[in-house]
Design a protein around this ligand. Structure first.
Ligand SMILES: Cc1ncc(COP(=O)(O)O)c(C=O)c1O
Length: 474
């Protein structure tokens, strides 16, 4: 397929603008570009075809099964998109007088109440734009809290080795030192290692529960209590909230702050960079430090005198909040936990269907996702997690997350989500099982996959490290 620049023909265009009938205003000196932007010249028909062709090359939730572990790629109802596109939400500005945006403020108040209730938290900031951004915000709250108590010696954040990479990265960005806590043989936090790591320098713990192995830590109350006894705070990485929403609350598990990945659990399509929302909730003692953005009917727009400051403008990605509100209003008190239960049921169903052929990383019941290991298959037949992922693409499935969590060798992390039908799950199981047989009989076939996709095995590290973002240096 040609690049849009290669399709360009000088002089071709698709804008039909009326002649300018207002006086031309020259740009402030120094801000105009030196030479004309080298934009591709195409007519509207060609542009439309170009982007349609590109869209056909992408694989999204609307194309098929997308069990990308830890990402909760569930179906997002189109109704919520339509609601967020209503002019009352899109044709406004955050600096408008409050009396002209009462409906939006009411919606923010309701969203805040729903989210606080689901997380068991007292206050909210809508500002963070993604999960990792929420983590950073939460840890800055921890820092401000300790400093406000003259407890600046608390410099360490404990992070289990099963954590998502953003956890240690956010802790480091917030200026903390990261202490790695190993998992025990069951895949949960090793309590003895945790006790050894705790001390007067502990600022807090970051944990996702269920963790990235898809396991709910049975010792969670003891874990958070130990951290609290040592003077630390507990941060809940809410990326896996889809498994427990409406059933167990992070606040009741002993957490002091949490972020929501609204773009996972609450109806915003994601992948490819956003927009998302990593709304942060916290308990009362951390509230004075929140970025200013909470709205409540009784308290108006909150101001927090000891705030860590803005982490983003105004109320964050407002339309993502509107979608979350539409989703939560639709599902209600009964629907939210029902979605979580279905997500857990679907994962356990798939795991049960696969466990006789594939090695499951951790035995027993899983939550909303499970992790397979291809270590044996690789040792015996030379077929890796990457090979299987590529072969799944040939079969029209999006591959699961691979090589994560890092503590499982040749990991495939499968998260079916609650929005898949039994037929889709059965079909996916059939494909997984069939490919296992192929791996044993004709391993070379899997090693040369994919054959049906536009490109096969790009150098993904190079693509990430040295992306070509300009056409011929323009
Ligand atoms: C467990 C976990 N924590 C945190 C994050 C970070 O969220 P985001 O990608 O929105 O920054 C992710 C993202 O996949 C995750 O899976």
């Amino acid at each position: 397929m040609k690049l849009i620049f290669e399709k360009s023909k000088k002089g071709r265009a698709c804008s039909i603008l009326p002649p300018c009938d207002v006086p031309a205003v020259p740009l402030t000196p120094g801000i105009a570009r030196h030479k004309k932007a080298a934009l591709p010249c195409l007519d509207e028909n060609e542009i439309s075809r170009h982007y349609s062709a590109l869209a056909k090359r992408a694989f999204g939730v609307n194309d098929g099964f997308y069990p990308l572990g830890s990402c909760t790629m569930k179906y997002n109802p189109k109704l919520n998109e339509e609601v967020a596109a209503l002019p009352g939400f899109t044709q406004i500005h955050p600096l408008q007088p409050e009396h002209t945006v009462q409906g939006c403020l009411r919606l923010l108040d309701a969203t805040s109440r729903y989210l606080r209730e689901i997380a068991g938290m007292d206050a909210i900031s809508f500002q963070p734009a993604a999960g990792a951004h929420g983590e950073l915000t939460g840890l800055l709250l921890f820092k401000a809290y300790h400093q406000s108590r003259g407890d600046a010696a608390r410099t360490k954040i404990l992070v289990p080795d099963s954590a998502h990479g953003t956890n240690p990265a956010s802790a480091t960005m917030a200026g903390f030192q990261v202490v790695n806590i190993p998992s025990n043989t069951d895949g949960c936090v090793d309590l003895a290692a945790l006790k050894t790591a705790l001390g007067p320098d502990t600022a807090g713990l970051m944990l996702t529960n269920p963790n990235t192995l898809g396991l709910f830590d049975p010792n969670i109350l003891e874990i958070t209590a130990l951290v609290r006894q040592a003077g630390g705070l507990n941060y809940y990485d809410g990326a896996n909230l889809n498994a427990i929403m409406g059933i167990v609350r992070p606040g009741d598990m002993g957490f002091d702050a949490v972020h929501f990945n609204l773009h996972k659990s609450f109806s915003t399509p994601h992948g490819g960079g956003g927009p998302g929302a990593g709304v942060v909730g916290c308990k009362k003692p951390l509230e004075p430090f929140l970025p200013v953005s909470d709205v409540s009917l009784d308290g108006g727009i909150a101001t927090h005198p000891e705030s860590i400051g803005r982490v983003r403008s105004f109320y964050g990605n407002f339309l993502v909040l509107v979608k979350a509100a539409a989703y939560l209003f639709t599902l209600g008190k009964e629907g939210v936990p029902e979605a979580a239960r279905a997500a857990v049921l679907n994962a356990n169903y798939m795991m049960a269907c696969l466990k006789n052929k594939y090695d499951v990383a951790c035995k027993g019941t899983c939550m909303h996702e499970f992790v397979l290991s291809l270590e044996t298959l690789k040792a015996k037949h030379g077929v890796s997690a990457l090979d299987l992922a590529k072969a799944l693409q040939d079969e029209g499935l999006h591959p699961p997350t691979i090589y994560f969590p890092l503590i499982v060798h040749e990991a495939l992390m499968v998260e079916p989500t609650e929005t898949e039908s039994l037929e889709t799950l059965d079909q996916a199981v059939e494909t997984f099982l069939a490919l296992h047989d192929v791996a044993e009989r004709e391993p070379e076939r899997l090693r040369s996959a994919p054959l049906a996709t536009v490109i096969g095995r790009p150098d993904d590290v190079k693509a990430a490290r040295q992306p070509i973002l300009r056409y011929k240096g323009q």
